[in-house]
Design a protein around this ligand. Structure first.
Ligand code: ZN
Length: 415
């Protein structure tokens, strides 16, 4: 395997230490100035004086960070739903579009009508765009199947995507996304628990089970039912919580020891205390807040200051967050959720890796960790939110290989 030296960077942000970062730990991390990063045999070898390597990247004037980890996407899917967005901009509500069988039901029809290869090609193009924006690890989910066979098909397409892309991919079963037509919520949850999750776990098609708790979807007793089965099968438990209303879902996820509680727009101050006391990662998704023009935002500062583990993700999906760039999500998190740039970086690397259960070895530039890094065209990460439509990523190292170089950075590579 190749060795790569990223030399003479203005700043390297390694996030030394171990475990997820809480409160002031997110912003007090050491930034190494005027140094070089060495990657060898797919792993981080060290930070210090530039050494001789097979490939050199001149990082003068640049900031080097761990590759972004996107802990919440709805890949693989196929097709956009721009007309629904236009309807929302004209005053329709997402809930009504969902009830009229747009939304998730529409994406399920698009998935059902497409060939596997078509879904794979559509999703791989998005994964390539994510790589060019610095994402070296991302989540995939099912949830557009709405039958046992179609959910398994979507999970198998996710496995093919995993084999195709250079990134690390972590898969989740979100069969409890919408209630299939002709079934009650309880019937579908029973089928998922008895038929789908055992096959998913046995075939290694996912490492987590997710549920959408909302008045248009599932209730907390369904989450309890799935949690019991998921635990017995060794699957981690996640929840889409309190996105459109306060369902007490964030507090429930924390008290039941879920791995993550995602969205949290309507989560109360009391529930913030439950999350702060737990190891449940609060995964914030400002792309959905932005797309849905939600006035109600998560209590992000309270979450951080009360020591909850906070992560950021794109929520990439064709309905409520057609956004795949972590730099853009970070800019949104700073602008509309009130995060500081360095907190948003900790939330998009170290903590996002813990949200996916891969925090040991991914999310930091620590010796022995996976050789994933992004090289940004800025002297300080503090500039990240300043130009939100600019992709600052000049190059990406993924698994120890130079996986992406922007056209205007090719002169910086020597081998
Ligand atoms: Zn989602």
């Amino acid at each position: 395997m190749t060795s790569i030296v990223v030399r003479d960077a203005s700043a390297i942000i390694p996030f030394a230490g171990s475990g997820p970062l809480r409160a002031a730990e997110m912003s007090s991390t050491e930034i190494v100035e005027h140094s070089s990063l060495l990657i060898a045999d797919g792993r981080v070898a060290g930070i210090g004086a530039p050494e001789v390597a097979d490939v050199e990247f001149d990082a003068t004037g640049c900031t080097v960070i761990p590759g972004f980890v996107d802990p919440h996407t709805h890949l693989p899917f196929v097709g956009w739903r721009g007309d629904e967005d236009a309807a929302r901009l004209a005053g329709r509500h997402y809930r009504d579009l969902h009830r009229e069988e747009g939304g998730i039901y529409r994406s399920a029809r698009l998935l059902g009508d497409a060939q596997d290869d078509e879904v794979l090609a559509f999703s791989a193009t998005l994964a390539a765009g994510m790589l060019a924006a610095g994402t070296t690890t991302f989540e995939t989910k099912s949830g557009y199947g709405l039958s046992i066979a179609s959910e398994l098909r979507q999970l198998r397409i996710a496995a093919r995507l995993t084999a195709l892309v250079p990134q690390t991919v972590v898969s989740t079963c979100l069969a409890a996304h919408a209630v299939p037509k002709g079934k009650s919520e309880g019937e579908w949850i029973g089928e998922v628990a008895q038929e789908l999750l055992p096959v998913t776990a046995a075939e290694g098609l996912a490492s987590a089970c997710d549920i959408y708790v909302e008045s248009i979807a599932f209730a907390l007793d369904h989450a309890a039912r799935l949690s019991e089965t998921a635990r017995s099968l060794g699957l981690r438990m996640r929840m889409h919580a309190d996105q459109l209303e306060d369902s007490q879902a964030g507090a429930f996820a924390a008290r039941w020891g879920f791995a993550t509680a995602d969205h949290l727009n309507h989560t109360s101050l009391e529930a913030v205390e439950d999350l702060a006391a737990a190891d449940t990662v609060a995964v914030l998704l400002p792309g959905a807040t932005f797309t849905l023009r939600q006035n109600k935002k998560p209590l992000a500062r309270n979450l951080i200051e009360s020591e909850a583990i906070v992560a950021l993700g794109t929520d990439l999906n064709p309905g409520t967050s057609p956004i795949h760039s972590m730099p853009f999500v970070i800019a949104l998190a700073c602008r509309i959720y009130g995060l500081r740039p360095i907190e948003a970086l900790a939330a998009s690397t170290v903590n996002a890796a813990y949200a996916l259960g891969v925090g040991d070895g991914i999310g930091r530039l620590a010796p022995g960790g996976r050789g994933d890094a992004a090289i940004l065209d800025m002297k300080s990460f503090d500039e990240i939110a300043y130009r939100p439509d600019h992709n600052p990523v000049l190059a990406v190292l993924c698994g120890g290989e130079l996986a992406h170089v922007a056209p205007d950075a090719r002169h910086r590579v020597a081998s």
